[in-house]
Design a protein around this ligand. Structure first.
Ligand code: 5AD
Ligand code: SF4
Length: 479
């Protein structure tokens, strides 16, 4: 088997430098703590997708190694890290306004360190914006430089000069950074990073680099360790999770389906999920592995984006609606009880009323359990943003409302079909906005409300569904 691991992994020298800086920072923090009698606090704020959530768990892991303790508000922090997203304009605006709010904290406590990282600041124009308009931000690093956090923090603390870390020439995989997981029973495992697809609307390939996979041994060891430590729900992550392995195992010698097959053999009481998938890599073999799996959730999140072939072509998605629906039919044939969810974008440049209606028809045909719907947001540097056929905002929001109306009826019908069925639900404890009531998720990631006990949190429960609503299920625990 070909092994290109040296190409995908950061060199041991680079990693050693990271660990050395981490130790230096730890020693420095120990002195500061001894002088003040107070452990320094770190607050990590995350915007965007699960990949960012997983990165933030690494950031927190690195910070704890450097002697910080996690605090629950920015006011209590000595180090604030803002992990940003760039996928839509809304996400960027939210991050910028949040960073703006930290100005007064810095004024009140000049020793406070503020670092900004993630997809937004991997773009040159945003890096410049932070540099000039947010002078109280101490350091910035992009998605290729997560491992440089200890170095930047140390240099800034010792020398006091603001640091703007340039992007690495090559995006590589850093192993062994340490992860501080937020939950004791749900875990995120990044198995590959980056994207090679260049869908014409998407910023991801520009801010997360080319696809690079972790070694299968590293992934398997991590998942096995999580199962052994009692994790019940493990989600394999990648911008393009099902193209796992293509960069390091040539000629399809080892694919995502192979990895899933091998992981499924790990003994224990747990469920495996994965996201996000590109339809082009949703192979029959992958679907067969899912259908035959013991621990693999029968849930496929398969973004369709549009039901119009003209729009799909302009998006550079490399499939037609017909091709997509054939895969979906195969999923349903092999797993009639599968939950299928999707992403849809409305108002892509040039989308005509007929194109949009094709998307509505596609929803009626596909009958997804749920969709994540988005209004097209032009992203600087992507081909679609340059098109002169941009759709007016009013048309985009009118289409968005019509899309939701069609899908909400389908979601309601699909949830009603579950009434009377007993589903396995992972209990997440008391729901925050429905006081007293507990909530959990089905294998298909549907939210369920029920009565339970605090000791049920983190456990699988059998819940009989009494009522299905558009966005949630309501049921009774069967003991
Ligand atoms: N505008 C709107 N939605 C977008 N997405 C990605 N880029 C854009 C954009 N520029 C959506 C896609 C993708 C999901 C994560 O975000 O539907 O699948
Ligand atoms: Fe973006 Fe397309 Fe890559 Fe998904 S597959 S991250 S939508 S470019």
């Amino acid at each position: 088997m070909s092994d290109n691991r040296k190409n995908a992994l950061l060199s041991p020298d680079v990693m050693r430098k990271t660990f050395d800086f981490s130790e230096k920072m730890r020693a420095l923090n120990a002195e500061r703590t001894a002088a003040s009698g107070k452990t320094l606090g770190v607050y990590v704020l995350t915007f965007g997708c699960q990949q960012n959530v997983a990165d933030s768990e690494k950031i927190l892991g690195m910070a704890l190694k450097m002697g910080y303790e996690s605090v629950d508000s920015p006011e209590k922090a000595d180090l604030i890290m803002v992990n940003t997203c760039a996928v839509r304009e809304h996400a960027e605006k939210k991050a910028l306004s949040t960073i703006g709010q930290f100005k007064h904290l810095k004024a009140a406590k000049p020793s406070l360190m503020i670092g900004v990282c993630g997809c937004m600041v991997t773009q040159e124009h945003r890096k410049e914006e932070i540099k000039h308009r947010y002078p109280y931000v101490d350091f910035i690093f992009g998605t290729s430089s997560l491992h440089r956090l200890p170095e930047l923090l140390y240099e800034k603390t010792v020398k006091g000069k603001r640091l703007f870390c340039p992007e690495e020439d090559e995006y590589l995989v850093a192993e062994g950074l340490g992860i501080e997981r937020d939950s004791t029973y749900r875990a995120w495992v990044s198995i590959m990073y980056g994207c090679n697809n260049f869908c014409s609307y998407c910023i991801v390939p520009y801010v997360r680099g080319r696809e690079r996979s972790r070694q299968k041994e590293d992934v398997i060891a991590e998942v096995r360790g999580l199962v052994e430590r009692g994790y019940r729900d493990i989600t394999l992550l990648g911008q393009n999770v099902n193209s796992y392995g293509k960069d390091i195992y040539k000629n399809g010698e080892y694919t995502f389906a192979d990895l899933l097959f091998e992981l499924d053999k790990i003994e224990g009481d747990y469920t495996l999920h994965f996201m996000t998938s590109h339809p082009k890599d949703a192979t029959r073999r992958l679907i067969d592995v899912m259908a035959g799996g013991k621990h693999i959730a029968r849930h496929f999140h398969l973004p369709m984006q549009s039901g119009s072939d003209a729009v799909l072509g302009a998006m550079n998605r490399r499939y037609t609606f017909e091709k997509y629906i054939r895969k979906l039919d195969y999923i349903r044939e092999k797993m009639p009880d599968a939950t299928v969810t999707s992403d849809i974008i409305v108002g892509f440049p040039g989308e005509t009323e007929e194109d949009f209606e094709a998307t509505l028809d596609a929803l009626r045909r596909a009958r997804f359990d749920m969709i994540y719907s988005f209004i097209y947001s032009p992203r600087k540097g992507t081909p679609a943003a340059e098109l002169d056929t941009q759709i007016p905002d009013a048309v985009k929001s009118e289409r968005f409302d019509r899309l939701l109306k069609v899908q909400n009826e389908i979601s309601l019908a699909s949830n009603r079909e579950l009434e009377g069925k007993t589903l396995r639900v992972l209990c997440d404890g008391r729901s925050k906005n429905n006081s007293g009531v507990f909530s959990g998720r089905t294998d298909g990631n549907k939210i369920v409300f029920f009565d339970a006990e605090d000791s049920d949190t983190g456990k699988f429960l059998n819940v009989k569904i009494e009522r299905g609503d558009t966005f949630a299920l309501y049921g009774t625990v069967i003991k």
